[in-house]
Design a protein around this ligand. Structure first.
Ligand code: ADP
Ligand code: MG
Length: 238
């Protein structure tokens, strides 16, 4: 589903910042994975590339078999629209629109009638246990409720992949567990889910933890052999 080969990304500047370094990463359809690493290690940059929100400089990224490189904004938006749902730490809800309108918004951009949009949005709110909050503004909802609305919005286009950047970062531990339960259920329906987090408790609730450190994907412990261990030590202490 997701296949990165030697992907590099720098942010330009007087001294360019090399953020992703030869990243190789495969995520199969239907996986529930977390990407963990310290603040500044490149997690959001990686997730933005996976979600075609940002470009990379070299290497190859195939998403669902499609080479993602030099796409026009139209083509990128199309792919995002039919494949990907995003969830963010800060929810990114529109404050002056109520829960139902927020969830329905992606369908507005698809030119679906208001009546149909609202009916579909209500279905998603029901799934998230939020139908009784449909007419509430985000400011009238708790953090966990806001995240449920944001997940309902991500689901309304029926994406096969959900990309979540620190989705529990603004939530207490009990609410965070409940939100993780939602992701686990969505995964059981067959959706591929990638969650960026720095919370080990969240990582534990996924089926595979990918570690990133200073822009490099760490090898899983089991693949560190005597042969490549010396490489790792050498590259860590050049
Ligand atoms: P994480 O999500 O793991 O905290 P990020 O991917 O956000 O890390 O950032 C990795 C590095 O890239 C950090 O040093 C950050 O300051 C820098 N960075 C992130 N976004 C930009 C940007 N748009 N322009 C320049 N530097 C950026
Ligand atoms: Mg981040």
């Amino acid at each position: 589903m997701i296949d990165l080969k030697n992907v590099n990304k720098s942010y330009p500047g007087a001294v360019p910042l090399h953020v992703l370094k030869d990243v190789n990463l495969q995520i199969e359809k239907g996986e529930l994975v977390s990407i963990m690493g310290a603040s500044g290690s490149g997690k959001s940059t990686l997730l933005n590339i996976l979600g075609i929100l940002d470009n990379y400089d070299s290497g190859e990224y195939h998403l669902d078999g499609i080479l993602i490189r030099n796409l026009t904004e139209n083509k990128a938006a199309d792919l995002r629209n039919y494949l990907i749902g995003f969830v963010f730490q800060s929810f990114n809800l529109i404050n002056y629109k109520n829960a139902l309108e927020n969830v329905a918004l992606p369908l507005f951009y698809r030119g679906i009638s208001r009546k149909k949009r609202n009916a579909l949005a209500m279905e998603q709110l029901e799934r998230m246990g939020m139908s009784d909050r449909a007419t509430h503004l985000p400011g009238e909802l708790s953090g966990g409720q806001k995240q449920r609305v944001a997940i309902a919005r991500a689901l309304i286009t029926n994406p096969s992949i959900i990309l979540a950047d620190e989705p529990t970062g603004a939530l207490d531990s009990k609410t965070s567990k409940e939100v993780m339960e939602v992701f686990r259920n969505l995964n059981e329906e067959g959706r591929t889910i990638v969650i960026v987090t720095h919370d080990p408790g969240v990582g534990e609730q996924t089926n595979r933890v990918i570690r990133i450190s200073d822009g490099r994907i760490a090898l899983p412990d089991s693949t560190i052999t005597a042969a490549n261990q010396s490489d790792i030590i050498t590259s860590a202490h050049p």
